[in-house]
Design a binder for this molecule. Structure first.
Ligand SMILES: CC(=O)[C@@H](O)[C@H](O)COP(=O)(O)O
Ligand SMILES: NCC(=O)COP(=O)(O)O
Length: 247
C-alpha cells in the first residue's frame, strides 16, 4: 500500500439537480455541471439516485453515463429497483448507502452486520456487472469487518458526525474515530474513502489521514459555486485536499 498516493476528489452533483427540481425545468443542468467539474480537475462524479427522485433523475444518470470522462460513483439504497438500474448503467463505482424518505440527507452508515446475506448478494450482483463496490459506513470496526465479509473492496467512512461536531472537543473525538477506522480498514486490505458534510473549513484534517483514497464532497462545493462558479469551487477544494494530504 502506498500511503503517499494522491488523494482523489469525487464531486457530488445532487444539489445542482435539487435546484433544478425546485422549479421542475431544465436549469441548472447537472450534465453541464459534471463536465465543468471534470474540467476543473475533479477525479470523479458522485450521484445519489434516491428512491423518491428528489434531485437526480433516471434521465440524468443515463446522460451522464454518455458524456462523463471520469468514473461515475453511483450511490444507492440496496433495493431491487436500483440493482436493475445499475445492471443497465454499469457505473465504475457503486456505493451502498442507507436511505429513508423522511431524512433530509443520509444520516449514518449502512448497517451491514444486520443484513449480511442480503448485502452480500447485492455486492456479488454488482461486481458481476463490473462495478467496484463500496459501502458507506460509520467508523465502527465491526461494520468494517462485515463489509469485508460481504465482499466489498472499498468503504466510504461517514464524516457527518465529525462535520456536525458542536465543539472542538467533540470534533477531536470524531476525527480520532475516523483516523482509527481508516487505519483498521487499511489493515483489512480495504480501500478507504470518506465523505458527508465536508467543507472548506473541515476538510483538511480528513484529507491528512494517511491512506485515505478519495473524498466525496457535494453540498459545500455546490453552495460555494453559487458565489465563485463551479470551476473555482472545485479547484479551491482540491487545492486544500492536496496540500493537507502532503503534510
Ligand atoms: C451517502 C452520502 O453521504 C451522501 O452522498 C448522500 O447520499 C447525499 O444525499 P443527498 O445528496 O440526498 O443529501
Ligand atoms: N458520500 C458523500 C457525498 O457524496 C457528498 O456528501 P455532501 O458533501 O453533499 O454532504
Amino acid at each position: 500500500m502506498n500511503l503517499k498516493q494522491r488523494i482523489l476528489l469525487g464531486v457530488n452533483i445532487d444539489h445542482i439537480a435539487t435546484v433544478r427540481q425546485a422549479r421542475g425545468g431544465q436549469a441548472p443542468d447537472p450534465i453541464t455541471a459534471a463536465l465543468l467539474v471534470e474540467q476543473a480537475g475533479a477525479d470523479g462524479i458522485t450521484i445519489h439516485l434516491r428512491e423518491d427522485r428528489r434531485h437526480i433523475q433516471d434521465r440524468d444518470v443515463h446522460m451522464l453515463r454518455e458524456v462523463m470522462t471520469t468514473p461515475m460513483n453511483f450511490e444507492m439504497g440496496v433495493t431491487e429497483e436500483m440493482l436493475k438500474i445499475v445492471e443497465k448503467v454499469r457505473p465504475e463505482h457503486v456505493c451502498l448507502v442507507p436511505e429513508t424518505r423522511e431524512e433530509l440527507t443520509t444520516e449514518g452508515g449502512l448497517d451491514v452486520l444486520g443484513q449480511e446475506a442480503r448485502i452480500s448478494e447485492a455486492v456479488e450482483r454488482l461486481q458481476k456487472n463490473g462495478c467496484e463496490v463500496s459501502i458507506f459506513l460509520d467508523a465502527d470496526n465491526a461494520q468494517i469487518q462485515a463489509a469485508k465479509r460481504v465482499g466489498a473492496t472499498t468503504i466510504e467512512l461517514h464524516t457527518g458526525h465529525y462535520a456536525k461536531a458542536k465543539d472542538a472537543k467533540q470534533l477531536a473525538v470524531e476525527l480520532e474515530k475516523i483516523q482509527k477506522a481508516t487505519s483498521f480498514a487499511l489493515k483489512q486490505g480495504l480501500t478507504v474513502n470518506a465523505g458527508h458534510g465536508l467543507n472548506y473549513q473541515n476538510v483538511e484534517a480528513i484529507a491528512a489521514i494517511p491512506g485515505i483514497n478519495e473524498l466525496n464532497i457535494g453540498h459545500a462545493i455546490v453552495a460555494h459555486a453559487l458565489f465563485v462558479g463551479i470551476g473555482q469551487a472545485v479547484t479551491e477544494m482540491k487545492a486544500l485536499m492536496l496540500a493537507a494530504s502532503r503534510r
